[in-house]
Write a protein that binds this ligand. Sequence first.
Ligand code: 26M
Length: 818
Amino acid sequence: MMNAKELKKAIEDNVKVLYRKTIDEASKEQVFYALSYAIKDTVIDEWINTHKAYDEQDAKILYYLSMEFLIGRALGNNIINLGARKEVAEVLEELGFDLTDIEDQESDPALGNGGLGRLAACFLDSLATLNYPAYGCGIRYHYGMFKQKIENGYQKEVPDDWIKNGYPFEIKRSEYSYIVKFGGNVRVDNVNGKEKFIQENYGSVKAIPYDMPVLGYENGMVNSLRIWDAEAITNFSLEQFDKGDYQKALEQENLAKTLVEVLYPNDNHYAGKELRLKQQYFFISASLQRALDKFKSTHSDIHMLPEKVVFQLNDTHPTVAIPELMRLLLDEEGLNWDEAWDITSRCMAYTNHTIMSEALEKWPIDLFKSLLPRVYQIVEEINRRFVVQIRDRYPNNAAEKEKKMAILYDGQVRMAYMAIIAGFSVNGVAKLHTQILEHQELKDFYEMMPEKFNNKTNGITQRRFLVHANPLLTDWITKKLGSDKFITDLPQLSGLKQYLNDDKSLEEFMEIKYQNKLRLVKYIKEHNGIDVDPNSIFDVQVKRLHEYKRQLLNILHVMYLYNKLKNDDNFDMYPRTFIFGAKAAAGYRRAKQTIKLINSVADVINNDKSINGKIKVVFIEDYKVSNAEIIFAAADVSEQISTASKEASGTGNMKFMLNGAPTLGTMDGANVEIVEEVGRDNAFIFGLSSDEVIAYENNGGYDPMTIFNSDTEIRTVLMQLVNGFYSPNNTEEFREIYDSLLKKQGNDRADVYFILKDFRSYAKAHDEVEKAYKDKKRWAKMALTQTANAGKFSSDRTIEEYVRDIWHLTKLRLDNAK
Ligand code: 26M
């Protein structure tokens, strides 16, 4: 890192060169670019150095293949990882600017939907910090996750043009471009008695990589996030590759344009869109071609590939990597099937992130085949050989097993099964989730190949979600522990336990929470125009909107509390602010109705003077990584209320915990492990267990009508959905929500997410929260207990487990690391 004087000069020079201005004339945005380029400059040498070390040490490289990297803003994070926070802030102050203001100028790159994409970003941070050689490989979507506007209570999607003004932390690397081919047909040639498969009459695009630096924490390591953009193949190469006509040229131009245009804004939902499959193959083919070329530039024997390269499939989205690697090894490298299969299956590992059946990717064979004719032939052969294996192993029930396990079945390509069959590792993302995979969802596979299955409980990076998000708490912890080692060794937080009975420390801890609540109050005032009482309990649910996550349960409970306040003279409550943040997939009706409901309830309650502000409801518009950081730091209560068994892990739960907010939640996903760490007394647990949920799902026996008929308070709340209480101009506004809770849904029973079933138990847990909160000292202790026990949930721990059990990487040595 340059010194203060050099940095100042670099910023001033950049402002001059970029904008022909002196620093005193520059806008905040201009200073953002000037500073960012200065930071990128300081990173470049270490970046080059790191990749030289890859080659010199002949390092094994991880390729983390993911359709999503929800990286969030880079500037502040890079400054932290360079260890330069104080210095940069001071230089900016001298120049008359505030660092957080400048950071706010950066667009918040949202190349992901939610948990899965953010996990990928945390993993990259940990990999670099732990000195592991790795590339993130993904897509350079021109439009990331949409920006959410709330208009009249409804979500409106606005395109997110994140690269409009240029993104300072990327480098275009045209020299590593590749051609990706779609469609056409396969011709089989016989060359010297050997079959050769030639794809012809195809359309093609050029894949051009852009690299972003991924900095380790103060260790001189700079890995790359490589995202692929698409360009049309221009005339010279068009001739060369396609001998194409004018019509084709136009088609290819169009394909290149649409291919990487936009991220599909679905989360946990598969839609079967052809363009999505094109996106998948596009970035996979380019990434694999590049990985093989890189390997071959320093190795002569392709059989060594599994020793030097490992591919991790982030869910099934990149699974076409399996037949694509086979294709490259067979058709380009000239290997025979057994050799190619051996290499492929030793290079590929798969992570499952969900058991929600609607998320499973099952491509129609017709579509798959016409888009990827050669790749499909290979899938057929993989499937054929696997079916032979099944028949061998299960001679008595082969047909049943085939139905349950074959890749090709019922006119579909079942991507998860291909990933399991071909790879050497299948992992879930929390203990409970992995157990459910082994014993329910994937039990036939577990039975057949138990050695492949393993658990890797998710984690989060403390560099972003503590050090960057919560500087006050970071400084306090550093002082209390006498060291900032926890920044790379999170379990050191357990040292805070010695302060659990120290009144002064507890007060300091809660004062920091209060300051962070003020910061959020300010954000809400500026962005929502709502006044919030910082002394109220900040009860927060932020995550994608999905029925299984049960934001509906939360808001129904708010409606219930409001009724009590209005109707029951003996009822009183501690002031609460219910904070929501959530994006709904653009085509997900029920989710959008739930957003409208939350906003309608907010309208009524926030404007009712008679309840003395005891309840406030805030829907934070456009929940994203940058405001998440502010929200986690300010939360008192972490709502993690998914229907048990449905949330594979959750990672927001860990971010709240790290920042001192106890969990109010079900025994689902990683909540189970959070409770294991803090103890049952330091969490507010409610609801059906995953076993109970699964038993009801399999055997029936739950009827929400009995609850509706017997519980008047719940009934009143439900009736308010359809009597215009919250929608005076349209009593039908929330009819579908009402129906979903009480009426049979096609073949499904009503209330598939057990909202009414869990309601009373949820309300009781809320009572416990209030009781605990009123006892200031008890609460402070409980809050500090969260932070002190968060050590397990660092993504550093997760990455070390992946390295130990799956990737087998070696730490890179960097000589001139500081
Ligand atoms: C699928 C098809 C078409 C378009 C989009 C998709 C799709 C995109 C994202 C499907 C699922 C997607 O993400 C799923 C996800 O985010 N899962 C979450 O993963 C986290 C990290 O492991 C877990 O913590 C969450 O529990 C899990 O819901």
